[in-house]
Design a protein around this ligand. Sequence first.
Ligand SMILES: [Fe+2]
Length: 459
Amino acid sequence: MSNTISNTISNTISNTISHTILFVDDEKPILKALQRLFRKTKYQILIANSGEEGIKQLKNCKSPVSLIVSDQKMPVMSGSQFLEQAKKISPDSFRFLLTGYSDMNAVTDAINKGEIHRYFTKPWNDNDLKLQVQQTLKQYELIHENKQLTALTKQQNHQLFKISKILDKKVKNATKILNQKNKELETNLFNMVNLLGSLVEMHIPYLTGHGERVSKYAKEIAHVMQLSAKEIGNIEIAGILHDIGKIGFTVNLIENEKHKWSDQENKIYLTHPETGSTIIQFIEQLEDVANLILCHHENLDGSGFPNNLSEEKIPIGSKIIAVANAYDKISNLKIDADKYVQAYLKKDGYTKDELNDDQLRQQGAILHLKQYAFTWYDPDVVKAFLESLKKQGVFSKDERKVKLAELKEGMILTRHLYTINKRFLLPFNTFLTESYIDKLKAIHVNDPIENIFCQSKRA
Ligand SMILES: [Fe+2]
C-alpha cells in the first residue's frame, strides 16, 4: 500500500507548473520593457494598463496567476488599492509593487497590510528583478506542492479511514463466524464425547453414570488445584471417556468379579487404558486426553499399570482421574464397598445406625483415598478432592423433568433419552442444539418421547 501511495504522490505532485505573470502599469513603455525582459522565459505574460483592467484579467484568466507586478502610481486606482482587491480575487498569487522613492509611505502601508511580498523602485535593475521573480516563482511552486500534498494526504487519510472501517467490519464479521463455528465444533465434540462415553456404559450397564460422575469430581479437583482452562477441559473429557477401552470386554469380565476372571481376561482388563487411549488418540483435538486415559491406572509408587509410571511421570490429569475414579467405584458402583465401610466403622467407632448406606460408602471411599494417599494417589490431589467435597454441587445435578415442548438450545440431558418403544435416541450429557430439538420433535410424531430429564446448562 505504501508503494501505491508514493506513486500516487509523485503522479499528483507535478513539478511542471506553468506560471502566469500579470504586469499592471499605466505607462505602455514600462509594460513593453517588462514584456521584453521576460520574453525568452517560459512564463505566460499578461499585461494591463490600469488597476481595473488588471482585475478583469485576473477574473478572466483560465490558469492561476502566480505573480502580479503592479505600478503604484496609476490614475483612478493606485497600485496598493489594486493589489488589495487582487488579493481577494487571487489570494495565492505573489504580489510585487513597482514604485518611485516618493511613494514610500504607500509601500510601507501596503507591506503592513500584507498586500505585497516585495517592492522595487523605479528604475529597477533587470537582473535583480529577474532573479527575484525566479525565486518567488520557486517559492510559489513549493507552496503549491505543499498544498497539493496536504490535500492528497487528507484525501488518502480519508480513504485509509474508509478502508480501515471496511476491514474492521470484515474482521468483526469473520470473528463472529469463526466464534460461531468454534462453538459448533465445541458442541459437536462435546456431544461426540458423550456418545462415546454412553457406548461403553450401554455395553456395561453397571457403569451407567460412572463416566459423568468421574468427570464432575475430576473437574472440581482440577478447579481447586487451579489448573488451566485447557487442562480442566481435557480432564473433564478424560473423566467421561477413561474407561472407553472396556468396550470390548467379555460378558464374564463385565458380569463377574475379579477372582472369576481367566488369566487371559485379566490381561484384557489390564490393557483397557491402552485400548482406550488408542481409540481416542486419532481424534486430533483429543491427543492430550488419550494420554490421560492411558495413565489413569498408574500409581504414585509405580505399582500401577500399564507402564508402572511413578510420581512426576504420571500426568496430573491422570492422577486426578484416578482419585475421582476410586471414589466413585466405592461410593456409587459399590465395588469393594463393604470392605472399606467396615474399615471406616472400625477405625472411627461408628455404628451403621448413625449414617445411611450412601454416607457410609462415601466415608469408606474417603478412608480408602486417605490410606493410599502417598502410595497409590497423589496426596495433593486427595487433599484437593476432600476440599471439593465440602462444596455444594458435586453431588447435586440440578436435574428436572421437562416436556418436549419445553426443550431449549443449551439444555443438557441428564439421562439417556428413549422413545416409549424403548428406542435409544441420545445419551445423557448431550448438549441440545436447535437441530437436535427439531429432530426429536420429528421423531416424537410417530414414536413419542417421554421421560426427558435435563439441566439448564453445563455445571
Ligand atoms: Fe479404568
